[in-house]
Design a protein around this ligand. Structure first.
Ligand SMILES: [Mn+2]
Length: 462
């Protein structure tokens, strides 16, 4: 995280993978198997690759990996019995667990292309990768996988080098960027920024400036203040209509006016009264309704990916949202904004010097929402960003404490990059339990006695 990005080395890896893919496609590849991650970034990356393969007249298949099984178990059902070099594999937005993957790839004759932006956590000698693996990962050259380059940005850069007309599919890239970066478009950096500007200049995406109420940009200002999850609007998020309407009437703003139609005077009066900011957001011009808004589109894909992956894959091909999907989206965003209100106003916090424990159990927040509530409370800095968050409760079926653990980037910077994954390993070493995660987010199941010990000793572990 502290090393300076080495653009030359990263682009050399990318160009090497591209050159090999072109050469080998001309010579012996015939069928390409694409494997991707089950979220908005993964699905948009997959669609970009599928478009590329179509343009190259290559046969294709795809699979979606949700990380619930090991790579060995998962790939067993996918890798053909015969090792035929006419098959090749492209992994997008996934595939950085190299200690698991290298033995599998080494034992195969086919070529594997991994285009991923997740950090390589395993102790792997990157100078000694199998000959048949083309590993393109900007994080090993000092880039930040969230701020600098989304999975879809990397897939786009790969595909566009081979077929420049891929730029027409740039709207897919922007969905991936919006889903992973959780930032307004004016805050994009590095390759995310360059690629976004390129796609906007080509008018594939329209960039607009206005009030940022992500999660509800497609809605009216009343619902926007209530349901925005980025930012979560203090004092109004998750609140009842009455409270929000009285603010809007005080400001002389029609509560049913669309957020995107607010005039500069109305925007300014809202900026003065709340903690909202102005920023840039992306519009997908060929779509209608919610699917026009890149952030909301990505959020919908993320929600659907966990519920029903085939509906996520189908909606990204549609121009307008189905009633069913709209219903799922509305329920999700209403629940999340109301949970964020409950978390910041009602739930008791136990704070130690370095940690915050929040018991969301006993029906206060449904267990299926613990993870998203924890994530968005951290992203919105609803709690002290200098402390690590442990949110969860007793899980009925296992009789264990199920915890969503989160920290902010501020926390990471002041703890030398020792984030959530590190703390989870220490907890497992000291008190047992099951779980894992990344720097900013992870999950853990602990017995009740272990949970109590954790609460007593947490400051010594952090
Ligand atoms: Mn991603």
């Amino acid at each position: 995280m502290s090393i300076k990005p080495n653009q030359k080395k990263f682009l050399a890896d990318l160009d090497n993978a591209v050159d090999n893919f072109i050469d080998n496609s001309n010579n012996y590849y015939n069928n390409i198997i694409a494997i991707t991650h089950n979220d908005a970034d993964g699905i948009s990356s997959l669609k970009i690759v599928q478009n590329l393969l179509y343009k190259m007249n290559l046969e294709q298949d795809f699979f979606i990996y949700n990380r619930s099984s090991s790579w060995a178990a998962y790939l067993k059902g996918i890798l053909p019995k015969s090792h035929d070099r006419k098959n090749a594999f492209i992994f997008t937005d996934i595939g950085s667990s190299l200690t698991e993957l290298i033995p599998i790839i080494s034992s195969r004759k086919e070529d594997f292309y991994i285009l991923d932006h997740h950090e390589v956590e395993d102790k792997v000698d990157l100078d000694d990768l199998p000959q048949n693996l083309f590993f393109v990962n900007p994080t090993i050259h000092g880039y930040d996988g969230l701020d600098h380059i989304a999975g879809a940005t990397l897939a786009y850069m790969f595909a566009k080098r081979i077929k420049p007309t891929i730029i027409k599919q740039g709207w897919l890239t922007v969905i991936g960027i919006a889903g992973d970066s959780l930032r307004s478009m004016d805050k994009l950096k590095s390759f995310n920024k360059d690629v976004y500007e390129e796609i906007v200049n080509e008018e594939i995406i329209h960039d607009k400036e206005g009030l940022i109420l992500f999660g509800a940009m497609n809605d009216n200002v009343k619902n926007g203040l209530k349901n925005s999850i980025l930012p979560f609007v203090k004092d109004y998020g998750g609140e009842n209509d009455l409270k929000i309407k009285s603010l809007l009437s005080e400001l002389d703003i029609d509560p049913n006016k669309k957020i995107i139609d607010l005039n500069p005077a109305e925007i300014n009066s809202l900026l003065n009264k709340t903690h909202i900011s102005k920023g840039n957001y992306a519009i997908i011009p060929q779509n209608q309704g919610l699917l026009q808004y890149a952030f909301e589109h990505a959020l919908l894909l993320n929600i659907l990916s966990f519920k029903n992956i085939s509906s996520a894959l189908s909606i990204i091909q549609q121009k307008s949202i189905t009633r069913d999907a709209q219903g799922i989206y509305s329920e999700y965003i209403n629940t999340l904004s109301s949970n964020l209100k409950i978390l910041s106003k009602e739930l008791p916090h136990i704070e130690t010097k370095k940690a915050i424990f929040i018991d969301a159990g006993n029906g206060k927040i449904p267990p299926s929402n613990w993870s998203d509530t924890a994530s968005f409370s951290t992203v919105n800095e609803l709690l002290n960003p200098n402390k690590m968050l442990f949110l969860g409760g007793l899980e009925k079926k296992t009789q264990m404490m199920k915890l969503s653990i989160r920290c902010s980037r501020i926390y990471l910077n002041s703890h030398e990059g020792n984030g959530v994954n590190n703390v989870i390993s220490k907890i497992k070493d000291n008190f047992g339990g099951m779980g894992g995660g990344h720097k900013l987010a992870g999950g853990l199941r602990l017995s009740i006695p272990s949970y109590n010990k954790l609460k007593e000793n947490v400051d010594n572990l952090l």
